[in-house]
Design a protein around this ligand. Structure first.
Ligand code: ARG
Length: 392
């Protein structure tokens, strides 16, 4: 069988457990979606834990260009705050694992998701769509061990885990880090600073604001402070810069698909900065009716991606609409970041719908103000007629 292997506690324990329970040979597959781990160490851990073969796949570029870029164009924020970082990576990881399982002639594919979360949907649905004939095994759903019991099992079997690091359940990729478990399950407790990788405590952020300019072409970021760069590099840089200024913190009570509420912590500096800038630039370029309708599409998109249906044709149809809206979303947005906040301080678009010669209050205005009189009369006609009949 092929196992999606992150190198963390759940999947390390899964290797041994799969061998014992199913008497099977386990091939581990680690997909790099920008989680900045030591992949050699992960391979070693997999083999030490009993894997017969290990695959490493660098999918950072595909992840940035085919998944994250779509999220940016869709201003994808589940419940208004979560930029879908984990939700986006799962269908890609699962697809890579399923393809290796097919290539290796495996009879099953496995993932380390629990039965309580959304990730199981994303893996199961991708596995069954890409490799419909393979059995899906999810050890964590079957074994019913607590995190502490997993640590105990791992130590007993001599598996190479780090019990200290395993206090939180962290899922990391280019687009963000999701942090759960441990004391975070108490929604009253503030997340300790060691849970974060980029974010500095507010009191340690620089004393002066920093300005950033993000350039977009066709709705996708292409330059930072005037320097052209691939999306994946820009995201990495913005995670570091944003984090240094305390930007990118999300702590919210999230509604999972299965109907449970959970307290989620996300560390998403680049995602927050980019989406904020993108929303702003769209307002410079797109008309109000389109913007209003797009916001409905965006919500559908975020809900669909969150709920594991990346491969559903509905998502493709929504993306076709979104792509059409993005053709002219090109220009630059200026932001100022300071002590955990980001504010937009300027923008310019290549083809703006914003016309200064019309809106200006100065003598340069070319707007015919007289037009306003008739427009105003007709715009309010119905309201005005109502009040003629019904006294206030
Ligand atoms: N709640 C988020 C989601 O469903 C994050 C899940 C990530 N998993 C984790 N082990 N922290 O997308």
């Amino acid at each position: 069988m092929a196992l999606a292997y992150s190198g963390g506690l759940d999947t390390t324990v899964s290797i041994r457990w799969l061998q014992e329970k199913y008497n099977g040979e386990v091939i581990t597959v680690t997909v790099d979606v920008g989680q900045e781990e030591d992949f050699e160490e992960i391979e070693e851990r997999a083999l030490k834990s009993g894997a017969i073969k290990h695959y490493f796949i660098d999918a950072k570029k595909i992840f940035a260009e085919e998944y994250v870029a779509r999220c940016i164009k869709a201003n994808g924020l589940y419940e208004g705050v979560y930029p879908l970082s984990s939700a986006l990576s799962r269908p890609l990881i699962a697809k890579e694992v399923a393809e290796i399982a097919l290539k290796e002639g495996c009879d099953a594919v496995a993932h380390g998701c629990t039965g309580k979360g959304n990730d199981q949907l994303r893996f199961d649905i991708t596995f069954s769509s890409v490799a419909p004939d393979l059995k899906i095994i999810a050890p964590v759903r079957e074994w019913n061990m607590s995190r502490d019991e997993e640590i105990e099992y791992a130590l007993k079997k001599g598996l190479p885990i780090n019990p200290k690091k395993s206090r939180f359940s962290i899922d990391e990729n280019l687009w963000g880090r999701s942090i759960e478990a441990g004391e975070l399950e108490d929604p009253w407790i503030e997340p300790p600073i060691e849970a974060f990788k980029y974010l500095k405590p507010l009191e340690e952020t620089p004393n002066n604001p920093r300005e950033l300019t993000i350039g977009f072409r066709g709705g996708v970021p292409v330059s930072l402070d005037g320097v052209k760069m691939p999306l994946e590099r820009m995201i990495m840089e913005l995670n570091i810069i944003g984090g240094l200024y305390g930007v990118g913190y999300v702590d919210h009570i999230e509604d999972r698909v299965i109907g449970l509420k959970s307290r989620e912590i996300y560390e998403v500096p680049a995602a927050q900065l980019i989406i904020q800038a993108h929303i702003d630039l769209e307002k410079m370029v797109l008309g109000r009716r389109l913007l209003e309708f797009k916001s409905i599409i965006e919500k559908k998109w975020a809900d669909l991606v969150y709920s594991g249906l990346w491969l559903d044709p509905f998502r493709k149809a929504l993306d076709a609409f979104i792509d059409e809206t993005q053709k002219e979303v090109s220009g630059e947005v200026r932001l100022k970041i300071y002590r955990g906040t980001a504010r937009i301080v300027g923008r310019r678009a290549e083809k703006p719908l914003y016309h200064p010669e019309l809106i200006t209050y100065s003598s340069k205005s070319v707007f015919h103000q007289k037009d306003g009189e008739a427009f105003s009369r007709l715009w309010g006609l119905e309201t005005h007629l109502w009040h003629k009949r019904h006294k206030l």
